[in-house]
Design a protein around this ligand. Structure first.
Ligand code: ATP
Ligand code: MG
Length: 241
């Protein structure tokens, strides 16, 4: 597929930090309504790739695209306004604010301001059921992740980059998260890239999987094929059959 036809992705991205090569010639894409799993051992470069895709880091080579347009000159705020949303490995919420105040701050983070109705819709969408009077800092990990996702979803992004959203969740919460992510892809046509360590979790919900190791893509395709790939087995389990 030509990247220009895909909703979002990158081509030939190479990133060095502090004189060290972190990402090497990475190309990947995700379409509307598609959930791409991004896996790889610790330190493979998954989060660094999100930093490049979201515009926090600027790569030395290659380009990031949204709907066929290059985003390379845009910073993280400009990309966010165009509909590239991301979450972080740690769900850091503003502890001094209540849920309601946090959502309100997100509504007014930049123009156009979102309405109270948009915030209510987003909170319902992610099934954030805690009272809006509660301090955000009193929420458990799952509710913190839901709150942060509601802050993003109220602006109806096109692309969602999620960095290990299942981390710190118990199995019933992971099952709820899986359903929500599939719903965001299937019903709201988001292009989702999901970083996850657990292969079995991605096998259940990802349309395709891309595997990073030592800063390079070593496999990409349907989950069942990728998990059988001997380079993937070696990267995860340390031995090639
Ligand atoms: N700001 C930085 N400066 C220098 N090196 C960095 C920086 N950020 C990340 N790295 C290095 O880049 C490599 C990739 O890190 P990254 O956090 O992207 O991996 P990851 O695949 O997300 O790992 P994990 O699964 O542990 O979250 C690591 O070796 C890390 O030490
Ligand atoms: Mg990471």
């Amino acid at each position: 597929m030509l990247l220009a036809d895909a909703c979002f992705g990158c081509e030939g991205v190479t990133l060095s930090l502090g004189g060290r090569r972190i990402l090497e010639n990475i190309s990947l894409h995700v379409d509307r309504g598609e959930l791409l799993g991004l896996i790889g051992p610790n330190g493979a470069g998954k989060t660094s790739l999100f930093e490049v895709l979201s515009g926090r880091y600027h790569q030395q080579l290659g380009s990031v695209y949204l709907e066929g347009k290059k985003l390379d000159r845009l910073d993280i705020f400009q990309r966010s306004r165009l509909g590239v949303a991301r979450t972080y490995q740690s769900p850091v919420v503003p502890t001094a604010l209540t849920i309601g105040e946090t959502l309100r701050a997100a509504r007014k983070a930049y123009k156009p301001y979102m309405s109270a109705h948009d915030a209510e819709w987003a909170a319902r969408l992610v099934r954030l059921e805690a009272s809006w009077d509660r301090p955000s800092g009193s929420l458990d990990t799952f509710d913190r992740r839901k709150l942060l996702l509601a802050c993003l979803m109220m602006r109806r992004p096109q692309v969602l980059l999620m960095d290990e959203p299942a981390s710190g969740l118990i199995n019933t919460e992971i099952a709820e998260l899986d359903l929500l992510l599939r719903k965001l892809a299937d019903e709201y046509h988001l292009a989702i890239i999901l970083i996850e360590h657990r292969l079995e979790l991605l096998g259940a919900i990802a349309d395709r999987v891309c595997v990073l190791d030592l800063g390079s893509v070593i496999a990409e395709g349907a989950p069942e094929d990728v998990f059988r790939d001997e380079r993937v087995q070696a990267a995860y389990f340390g031995a090639v059959a």
